[in-house]
Design a protein around this ligand. Structure first.
Ligand code: ADP
Length: 489
């Protein structure tokens, strides 16, 4: 019999510090955004427990770093296998607390597991170097060593993948970690940490602290034993963590907000562009940092694109992520929904045309109907702000130079997408757009094998790919004087 909706076994409702489950006297409720119902609770811990977690990670790290790369890789592979063996449960847990359709949740578990496997493989390739020395009696060696204890802070939109993308390379490199997951989605995080320990990651190496962001973040950014902050979330919070980390000179990996342009040139395959637009806009109900936010359509195909896009949007179905056939889940909470409604209202007051959606769904849960606004412009917040919801905002453009200028007229520079057939144009535009990731004739760009990250205000550093482990390594150069060359007797 298929498991019933909304009945999902929870992992322990506790934080994990030094290999022990930890609760407290205060609690934070966790909701199902599709119904508004409370599904469980986690302890509201603070500075003191975070310091204990840093102590645990600091204590566990040296023995872990001293293991061979092959041993670390084997344990990561065991974690990968355990995650996949629990795929159905983890995906249901994820849908319960986050809301995304179950098919997307399963895809996220696969994606999250892929990072663990990838960094299990990379663990064995943290090579050093020997550099030709400037004098005959010296040798110059470069070691790559673990950066130190990592403070990882993750968002609610990818409750599994954003965690493994940080923790797997940290563990592969030999680091200890204190994780603060988003309070909206702590259960997927708790389940993943539990599975990591079951796979053989030593107690205390990975710690998880639930609670108010500020006191936990304050310890992670100021405790000198934490050497690196790895954060995914909003640009405002990222900038704050950057400032807080300054006095202890921490290394920073920041994956921040985007405001991705999606450009369709008149030589594009229009049907492919519509398919890509649906993928790039509506995954996770528009709540990803690489979601297409601003659609620029070349003037001559503007009416045709809008007509086909609206027709494709009519096939989207919003509802509980557990219901078969649903493609759009709820937005994360009432605050997010109210903000989206305000963006729509403001745009319409400034002259945008509403072609579909625009309203919240009736009943419990925080659903916004997939919304299409056209004739928007750059004076509207629906264009200049990161949307983070199921609203597509569309406008026409005249030529290539104009659209490149408009794409780059944003402080954000995470992802960008464009559709074109002309090869010279493809190169020109891909090189000219200021973004860390470009989808050309595709609306899907996320994969563990490629470097994920942004330019300008969208962040610092890259995650995933062979570059992803660099963020958790520090270079050490050893200068060795081997003497004047007298031969041993
Ligand atoms: P969103 O608006 O999408 O929730 P945030 O940037 O607010 O994005 O949240 C991303 C993560 O950062 C979450 O885990 C959140 O709890 C955490 N966070 C928010 N404010 C702070 C802070 N002052 N210090 C540390 N972490 C924070």
């Amino acid at each position: 019999m298929a498991p019933r909706d909304n009945i999902v076994e929870l992992p322990p409702q506790a934080s994990r510090i030094g290999g022990a489950w930890v609760t407290g006297s205060a609690w934070i409720d966790v909701n199902d955004p599709a119904t508004g119902a409370i599904i469980g609770r986690v302890p509201n811990l603070g500075a003191e427990e975070t310091e204990r977690a840093v102590t645990a990670a600091t204590g566990a790290m040296p023995a872990w770093a001293a293991r061979t790369a092959a041993e670390r890789a084997d344990i990561l592979r065991a974690w990968h296998a355990l995650v996949l063996s629990k795929r159905t449960w983890l995906a249901r847990l994820l849908t319960l607390e986050q809301g995304k359709p179950i098919v997307e949740a399963e895809a996220e578990i696969d994606y999250a597991a892929a990072y663990i496997l990838w960094f299990a493989e990379e663990a064995r390739r943290v090579y050093g170097e020997i550099i030709p020395a400037p004098t005959g009696d010296t040798r110059i060696l470069v070691l790559r060593q673990p950066v130190g204890v990592v403070g990882a802070i993750t968002p609610w939109n990818f409750p599994a993948a954003m965690i493994t993308r940080k923790l797997a390379p940290a563990v592969a490199a030999g680091c200890g970690v204190v994780l603060k997951p988003a309070i909206e989605t702590p259960f997927t995080a708790i389940a993943l940490i539990d599975l990591a320990e079951q796979a053989g990651i030593p107690a205390g190496l990975l710690n998880l602290v639930t609670g108010d962001a500020e006191p936990i973040g304050a310890v992670l950014t100021t405790d000198p034993r934490v050497r690196k902050i790895s954060f995914t979330g909003s640009t405002a919070v990222g900038a704050r963590l950057f400032a807080q980390s300054a006095s202890t000179m921490k290394r920073l990996g920041l994956e921040l907000g985007g405001n991705a342009p999606f450009v369709v040139f008149e030589d594009a395959d229009l049907d492919a562009a519509v398919t890509g637009a649906i993928q790039a806009k509506f995954r996770n109900a528009g709540q990803t940092c690489v979601c297409a936010d601003r659609f620029y359509i070349q003037q001559s195909i503007y009416p045709a694109f809008i007509e086909r896009f609206a027709a494709a949007m009519a096939h989207l179905r919003s509802g509980s992520g557990f219901a078969p056939g649903v493609t759009i889940g709820p937005v994360i909470h009432e605050r997010a929904l109210t903000r989206l409604e305000k963006l729509i209202e403001e745009a319409m007051q400034s002259g945008a045309r509403l072609l579909c959606g625009g309203t919240r769904s009736k009943g419990a849960g925080t659903f916004l109907e997939p919304t299409l606004l056209c004739d928007v412009d750059h004076s509207m917040r629906i264009v200049s702000d990161e949307v983070f919801g199921p609203i597509a905002a569309v406008m026409p453009f005249a030529d290539e130079a104009e659209v490149i200028e408009r794409c780059n007229a944003s402080e954000a520079g995470l992802a960008a997408y464009f559709y074109a057939r002309d090869h010279a144009r493809i190169w020109r535009v891909a090189e000219a757009i200021e973004a860390g990731m470009i989808g050309v004739n595709t609306g899907r760009i996320s994969t563990e094998v490629a470097p994920f990250g942004g330019v300008k205000s969208s962040g610092i550093g890259r995650e995933g790919s062979r570059h992803g482990i660099e963020a958790f390594c520090e270079l050490k150069y050893v200068c060795l004087d081997i003497g004047s060359g007298e031969k041993a007797a």
